[in-house]
Design a protein around this ligand. Sequence first.
Ligand code: P6P
Length: 333
Amino acid sequence: MSQVTVTEHLLLHQKRTPDATGRFTQLLHDLIISAKLIARSVSKAGLLDVLGETGEINVQGEQVQKLDEYANRVLIHRMERSGALCIMATEENADIIPVSDRFGQGDYIFIFDPLDGSSNIDVNVNVGTIFSIHKRLYGSHPDPGISDVLQPGSKQVAAGYFLYGPATMMVYTTGQGVNGFTLDPSVGEFLLSHPNIMIPETGKIYSVNEGNYALWDSKTRKAVDYFKGTKNRRGHPYSLRYVGSLVADFHRTLLYGGIFAYPKSYKNPERGEGKLRLLCEASPLSFVAEQAGGRATDGAGRILDIEPGHLHERVPLFIGSKNDVDDVMRFLA
Ligand code: P6P
């Protein structure tokens, strides 16, 4: 079978898009180059003394790993030159990043987590880049701003992730299904390896940090116990798999089915809160999950329906096979 490169796949998509200007293709092209640069550094992390911490703290209050910083810089530098954007937002920066018309402006909003799972970098576990793309809103405000970024996930025009692991993969959707590409290092191209990904309706794996069990409310405990018991759809316990790197845990869930959960936890007794970020983690992965026939909820409703309140909003996340997420909703609603 002749291999389809992601570039060919994008051009095909562009041909099928009426009045396409090619800006979207250029945007993804520059994103792909950024991911190749990040993949190269991640694969050599142990050798280039890139490991270890810069000693700085990012907006999330987490130690910034040098690779985090590098990935963030690469994406900002290259994406602002794509000529397709008017605003960027990254998990690593407190505020939005307006894109000047110095390199040409476009109508797209680019939101990203440059290197998710970074706490695993030092132990050589998969990490990933997650991205979400919106179109700016032409409302009352003349200049693009925060209101163009705070859109519900249902308005995304594209979303996906890169997974840096035994293989480097790109998985993305533009609303017409989900396709996966694997980087062939000898060619330097992402080749179509997983066409039209569909998540199994019911899985055999649940993925959650059981170490937080004491911090969950009773509804959440009952939902997780359901998968550990025999009264579930399988009639016997699901397997537990948890990498602690969202992109790795999600990618396995997408291909094998089952459910990934990061429930609300009551580390702060007054108010339970989620850990994962809505705009640059939950929203893009929920778009991919739904396009693959899966579901994604915060326990109350659909992730893609949430109107974001602020840039770094965090949400609880239950995502994966349609039947498994529906079952969780019976416990949590
Ligand atoms: P915990 C990584 O830091 C991350 O943001 C996600 O990649 C991952 O799913 C989650 O946190 C792991 O969190 O509390 O289980 O270590």
